[in-house]
Design a protein. Structure first.
Length: 632
C-alpha cells in the first residue's frame, strides 16, 4: 500500500451525488501485471535491448502507474481510426508499430485493460463531441526507461527521451503519403470500411483535413533562428513556444501570428511537482490556489485539446475538449509519487566515496540552491530557489522567449486582462503571450463540459475547481531569487529554477536545455573547440542522444557512435539555444553569490550582490561528488 496522505476537506461536503459523478470508470480492471504491461525490446536501431522490465519503488502500485498512463486529459492529436491505420510514408509499416514508436523512444506496451490497442505509454483514446481521437497524456512526456545489462528500468515521472518533433514531422509525411499514393489510400479506405464513392470521398476529406492541420502545426513551429533550423532531437521540446503559438493561432484564425518555437528544453521530472511553490524552468507556474489546475489546462491546450476562444450565448468561458476533472485528478495522483532511488540492477554505490562527496557538495555550496527534502514525507514542501540569468550564466533563450514573446490580441482585444481585477486594464491590439495564455486557460476552466443539463454540469465544474484549490498542498507562495524575496513580477521570469536533486541520477541530459550529457561532465568547464582539441578536459561540444543504455559511472546515457548507429541525434552545443555554458561553479568560472551568516546576500559598495569564485574542483572531488549524487 502506498503512503498517501488522505485528508478530509470541506470539498467533500459537496453532495454525494457529485462525488459519485467524479468516478468515471474503474481503471485497469482488478489485476495489473507487476511490469505494468511493459513491452520488452530486442536489439533495436540503436543497439539497445531489454530482456526484462523492472520498476522501482516510487510509492505507486502497478494500477497507479497504469491509471497515469491511460487517463485522458482531453487531447485530440489525430482521428482515432486514422491513427490506428496510418502507414509510414516510405513503407507499409504502421506509424504506431512498436518498432517505429520505440524508434522515437516512446515506451511500448502490451495490451491491457485500458489500452487494448497496445499503444505506447501516454497515447490514449479521447472522445469529444461524438468523435474519437488519439491524444497525449502527461505520461507520454514524463515517463522514461534506462537500460543496463539486459534490464529495462522504468521510471515514473522521469523526463522522456522521446523525439517528439520527429513524430510530428513523420505524421505529416505519413498523411501526405497516404493521400498521394493510391495503394496507401486504398489500404486506409479499406481499413475504415469505405466501400462506396461517398464513404471513400469522406475518407479523403478527413485525411486532407488532418494533413492540413498537421502541416500547419509543423510549419508554424519550425525551430528557426534566422535562417538556421535547430532540431530538438531526443529528450527535448519547446513546450512554451508551441503552447504560445497554439494560443496566438486561435486568437487570430487564418493569420500568421506566431513566434519561432526555437528554445527546446529538457522535460522536467514530475516527482515533488505538486509540493513545489513554483514550477517550470523559469518558474512561470505559481502552484498556489488554482495554479496547478491552470498550469495543467495550459499544457493540454498546447498538446492538441480542441478549443475556441469565442463565447457562445450563455457561456461563461470557452468550450474545449480539455478534461478539467481528469486534470485535477492527475495532479492529485502525482502527490504520492516519490523520486527513484538508485536501483540494485545498477552497480552498487561506493558509500565511503559518496560520504566524501557529500562534503564536496557542501564545500561548493550546492546545498544553498538545491534543497534537501525527505522524498517519502507526505508533508514535504519545496521552496524553489531561482537564479537570475546573469547569475547562472546558462543559455538564455528559453527564459527570454517566455518573457518577451508577443502577438496580436485578436479576439481578446478590448477585453479585461483579468475579470476579477478590472483595474489591471484591457488587452490592446498586441499582447505578451503569457497573459493571453492565462486568460484562455481560465476561460476553459470555468466553462463546464457540455452534453449534460446545466444543473448537473455547473455543480460538477464548481466541485472540480473547489477540490483542486482545497486539496492543493501549496497555499501561499513567495518567490526566492538570488537569495532574496522578489515581487514575482513578469521581469522575474528572466531566471531559472534550482530544485531538489533527489532522483537526479535518472534525469539526463543536464542543464535546463539538456546540453550536458552526464553528471560528470556537468562539473567540467565549457570550452571552445580549440581548447578541447588542445587536450583540455571540458564539457563536450557535441554528443549523441537516442540510446537508452545507461552509463553508471558518469551518470547519463552512454555515448554511441554514428558510424554504428546512423539514426542517433547529434546534439551540437554550438548552435543557437543549445549552449552548454553556465552553472560552472565547481570549475571557478561561474561565481556564487556571497552570503552572510543568515544566508542573505552580501552587498558590495555599489549595492549589488558580492560574488565569490570557488577554486576549480579536483578530479578526485568530482568523482566523489558524482558518487554522492547517486544516493539522492
Amino acid at each position: 500500500m502506498n503512503r498517501r496522505n488522505f485528508k478530509l476537506s470541506t470539498a467533500y461536503l459537496i453532495p454525494a451525488v457529485l462525488v459519485l459523478s467524479s468516478c468515471t470508470y474503474m481503471s485497469q480492471g482488478f489485476l495489473s501485471d507487476s511490469d505494468r504491461s511493459a513491452q520488452t525490446v530486442a536489439a533495436d536501431r540503436f543497439g539497445d535491448s531489454a530482456k526484462q522490465i523492472i520498476y522501482l519503488d516510487q510509492n505507486w502500485s502497478a494500477a497507479d502507474s497504469l491509471w497515469f498512463y491511460n487517463t485522458t486529459q482531453g487531447s485530440n492529436l489525430l482521428p482515432w481510426d486514422i491513427f490506428l491505420n496510418l502507414e509510414l510514408a516510405n513503407s507499409e509499416e504502421k506509424l504506431r508499430s512498436d518498432n517505429n514508436m520505440n524508434g522515437y523512444r516512446y515506451l511500448t506496451q502490451r495490451s491491457s485493460w485500458d489500452n487494448p490497442e497496445a499503444l505506447p505509454v501516454g497515447f490514449v483514446k479521447n472522445t469529444y463531441q461524438g468523435d474519437d481521437f488519439v491524444g497525449l497524456t502527461c505520461a507520454a512526456c514524463h515517463t522514461n526507461q534506462v537500460n543496463y545489462q539486459g534490464y529495462g528500468i522504468r521510471i515514473d515521472g522521469a523526463p522522456t527521451l522521446a523525439n517528439i518533433e520527429g513524430l510530428f514531422l513523420d505524421i505529416e509525411s505519413a498523411l501526405r503519403g497516404t493521400l498521394e499514393t493510391p495503394e496507401k489510400f486504398d489500404r486506409m479506405a479499406s481499413a475504415l470500411n469505405a466501400t462506396d464513392a461517398d464513404s471513400i470521398a469522406t475518407v479523403r476529406t478527413r485525411l486532407a483535413a488532418a494533413l492540413a492541420q498537421s502541416a500547419d502545426y509543423n510549419r508554424v513551429n519550425t525551430p528557426t533562428h534566422g535562417d538556421e533550423q535547430v532540431r530538438y532531437g531526443y529528450a527535448r521540446l519547446d513546450a512554451f513556444g508551441r503552447i504560445y503559438n497554439r494560443i496566438l493561432g486561435h486568437l487570430t484564425p487564418n493569420t500568421d501570428n506566431f513566434n519561432p518555437a526555437n528554445a527546446p528544453v529538457s522535460y522536467p521530472f514530475l516527482w515533488d511537482t505538486p509540493q513545489h511553490d513554483f514550477v517550470q524552468w523559469n518558474g512561470v507556474g505559481d502552484n498556489a490556489g488554482a495554479g496547478a489546475l491552470g498550469r495543467n489546462t495550459g499544457e493540454v491546450l498546447g498538446v492538441f485539446a480542441s478549443f475556441e476562444l469565442t463565447r457562445e450565448k450563455g457561456d461563461l468561458g470557452y468550450r474545449s475538449s480539455a478534461n478539467v476533472r481528469n486534470l485535477g485528478r492527475l495532479e492529485t495522483h502525482l502527490e504520492s509519487l516519490e523520486s527513484p532511488l538508485w536501483p540494485e540492477a545498477l552497480p552498487a554505490i561506493d558509500q565511503e566515496l559518496a560520504a566524501s562527496g557529500k562534503g564536496v557538495f557542501i564545500e561548493y555550496q550546492c546545498h544553498s540552491c538545491h534543497e534537501a527534502i525527505d522524498r517519502s514525507n507526505p508533508e514535504r514542501r519545496v521552496i524553489a530557489q531561482f537564479s537570475s540569468l546573469d547569475a547562472i550564466g546558462t543559455d538564455r533563450t528559453m527564459a527570454e522567449n517566455a518573457f518577451n514573446y508577443s502577438g496580436k490580441s485578436g479576439l481578446l482585444e478590448g477585453k479585461k486582462l483579468n475579470a476579477l481585477k478590472p483595474k489591471e486594464g484591457e488587452f490592446g491590439a498586441t499582447t505578451k503571450v503569457l497573459p493571453a495564455l492565462s486568460k484562455a486557460g481560465l476561460g476553459v476552466i470555468v466553462e463546464a463540459s457540455h452534453g449534460k443539463p446545466w444543473f448537473i454540469r455547473w455543480p460538477e465544474r464548481i466541485y472540480d475547481v473547489v477540490v483542486s484549490v482545497v486539496e492543493n498542498p501549496i497555499k501561499k507562495t513567495e518567490r526566492h531569487q538570488d537569495f532574496e524575496i522578489v515581487s514575482n513580477g513578469p521581469e522575474d521570469l528572466l531566471a531559472y529554477k534550482a530544485r531538489p536533486l533527489n532522483g537526479i541520477w535518472a534525469t539526463a541530459p543536464y542543464l535546463h536545455n539538456g546540453s550536458v550529457p552526464n553528471l560528470n561532465d556537468l562539473f567540467l568547464p565549457s570550452c571552445s573547440d580549440t581548447e578541447i582539441e588542445s587536450g583540455k578536459v571540458c564539457r563536450p561540444n557535441t554528443f549523441t542522444l537516442g540510446s537508452r543504455e545507461f552509463d553508471p559511472v558518469n551518470v547519463g546515457f552512454a555515448q554511441k557512435s554514428l558510424e554504428e548507429h546512423a539514426d542517433l541525434f547529434v546534439f551540437d552545443t554550438r548552435k543557437p539555444s543549445n549552449a552548454n555554458v553556465g552553472h560552472e561553479y565547481a570549475v571557478g568560472v561561474t561565481p556564487i553569490i556571497k552570503l552572510n551568516a543568515d544566508g542573505k546576500p552580501v552587498k558590495n559598495a555599489e549595492g549589488k550582490n558580492a560574488q565569490l569564485w570557488l577554486p576549480p574542483i579536483t578530479d578526485a572531488k568530482r568523482v566523489a561528488l558524482v558518487e554522492y549524487l547517486k544516493t539522492l
